[in-house]
Design a protein around this ligand. Structure first.
Ligand code: NAP
Length: 473
């Protein structure tokens, strides 16, 4: 399916959308390819000529209208997210809230795109630095936040005066259609945003090779991010990448065990463990390890697994067979390498048709296990123990990933020292939910480039233009 130049395009070829909790087909979406992607880019290029000249109140008008339309459908969108993604309904409601908040935030930020006037080094000269929209932006989004990853890209792009061609994940296209229906209803001028659903390779290829696309904003795996990065080199596009992560969660002896356990429930089992900022390694200082492990196991063993539409479900299904197989392979590898599975460790038996994994805790984990370095996208977590602050800083930093990290301690000096040394773009100190719209969201190393969120999220959509006026003319 495509939404190009303000029109919905239907095609014969269809993509089936599957509910991962039941394996049922919940919708069919026509797919498009190369031709439509070229058309979409062309339409965004044409629209940019006038959209870039709009004043901020004009742009804000549409963003605010969309906020109202989305709010009216808040619950409907949350239900849709759970149906196509599987996450518990409470997590979907939170996602809708944060997704709308991004649009609200950038509707406000649109009025704060400031330039500079510089002191001149010779008389009669006037030096001005302007911020202008970068141009046509191609956005590619993942299935794990099928709604908010879209608004987090579209909102700052529109606020700055850019136009957009968006490709959502094939597993979750229905949330994307919903967002575009609202922009359509809001009367956004034709071509300002365009949607293409279909083959990732075909669409991605047109996006990267196009000379008219000036920026690629991608959220997804590090492997695909690297590919898009390489393919964008020939046209020297601006790049924003929000990629994979492998978050450490450090618990020092002086931590409050119950608060740290709640932090793990949030960062590992929230969104069924399928987020880029999910805890991937728990490091507990030896003095508190037994108490912490016991308290965590007690809570985790009570988590309810099932269809995310049931209000009391804590952990939903794994998105697809491939992801399921990868996690089960990691669990097998733990067994082979003499790790101890003290909770879960098996497929969760059910009769709903989806693929579920029991919430799993691993102890006696070691650095040789796949799980110690590979991203685990599911409700499975290993516990490592450590002795000293120096040792844990060394271990917690990952060779490749640098997205999020968490540190729990009641020693203020240690909190500062450790957060300073952790090589991650975002750090929660005694805080398992540091991610808010006003803060920068982004990683370092192979976890990404650039930031989304807050005033930082505008940067990637702007160019800096310097103009020197000679008044003695
Ligand atoms: P993915 O396989 O990289 O897919 C992400 C998007 O890229 C989808 O729209 C996908 O389309 C598209 N894609 C795949 N191959 C492509 C290609 N050759 N050219 C152009 N586009 C291509 O990742 P995922 O499995 O959906 O998401 C999970 C990953 O995303 C995890 O690693 C997670 O950590 C990361 N993530 C990062 C953040 C962050 O902010 N850092 C947030 C959420 C997720 P199809 O669906 O059609 O294949």
């Amino acid at each position: 399916m495509a939404y190009i130049n303000g029109r919905w395009i239907e095609t014969a070829s269809q993509l089936e959308v599957i509910n991962p909790a039941t394996n049922e087909i919940i919708g069919k979406v026509p797919v498009v390819g190369k031709t439509e992607t070229i058309e979409a880019i062309e339409s965004a290029k044409e629209a940019f000529k006038s959209w870039k000249k709009t004043t901020f109140p004009e742009r804000v008008y549409y963003l605010e209208k969309v906020v109202t339309l989305l709010r009216e459908q808040h619950e409907e969108i949350a239900q849709l997210i759970t149906k196509e993604n599987g996450k518990p309904i409470g997590d979907s409601r939170d996602e809708v809230e944060s997704g709308i908040a991004y649009i609200e935030w950038y509707a406000e930020e649109a009025k704060r795109i400031y330039g500079d006037v510089l002191p001149a080094s010779s008389q009669n000269k006037h030096l001005i630095v302007k911020r202008q929209p970068i141009g046509v932006c191609a956005a590619i989004t993942p299935w794990n936040f099928p709604f908010s990853m879209i608004t987090r890209k579209i909102a700052p792009a529109l606020a700055t005066g850019c136009t957009v061609v968006l490709k959502p994940a094939s597993a979750t296209p229905l949330s994307a259609v919903k967002v575009f229906e609202c922009f359509d209803k809001a009367g956004l001028p034709e071509g300002v945003i365009n949607l293409v659903i279909g083959s990732a390779q075909e669409i991605g290829n047109e996006m990267t090779k196009s000379e008219d696309v000036r920026k690629i904003s991608f959220t997804g795996s590090t492997a695909v991010g690297k590919l898009l990065f390489r393919d964008s080199a020939d046209t020297v596009k601006a790049i924003s990448m929000e990629l994979g992560g492998h978050a450490p969660f450090i618990v020092f002896d002086d931590s409050d065990v119950n608060i740290a356990v709640e932090g793990i429930l949030n960062t590992k089992f929230g969104n069924s463990g399928q987020t880029c900022v999910s805890t991937n390694r728990i490091y507990v200082q030896s003095g508190i390890a037994e108490k912490f492990t016991k308290a965590l196991t007690k809570k985790v063993s009570k988590l309810k697994v099932g269809n995310g539409l049931d209000e009391d479900v804590d952990v939903g299904p794994i998105i697809d067979q491939k992801s399921f197989d990868k996690i089960m392979e990691q669990i097998e590898d733990v067994r082979d390498k003499k790790g101890k599975i003290i909770c879960g460790g098996e497929q969760y038996a059910n009769n709903t048709g989806g693929k579920f994994i029991q919430p799993t805790i691993i102890t006696e984990a070691n650095e040789k296990m796949l799980i110690a370095t590979e991203e685990t996208f599911g409700p499975v977590v290993p516990i490592f123990t450590f002795e000293t602050e120096e040792e844990i800083i060394e271990k917690a930093n990952h060779k490749h990933y640098g997205l999020a990290g968490y540190c729990y301690t009641s020693d203020l000096g240690r909190a500062f020292r450790v957060s300073e040394e952790l090589e991650y773009g975002m750090i929660g100190v005694n805080d398992s939910s540091p991610f808010v719209i006003q803060a920068p969201f982004g990683g370092i190393k192979e976890s990404g480039l650039g930031q989304e969120g807050g005033k930082y999220g505008l940067e990637g959509y702007l160019i800096t233009k310097y103009i020197s006026f000679n008044a003695n003319y």
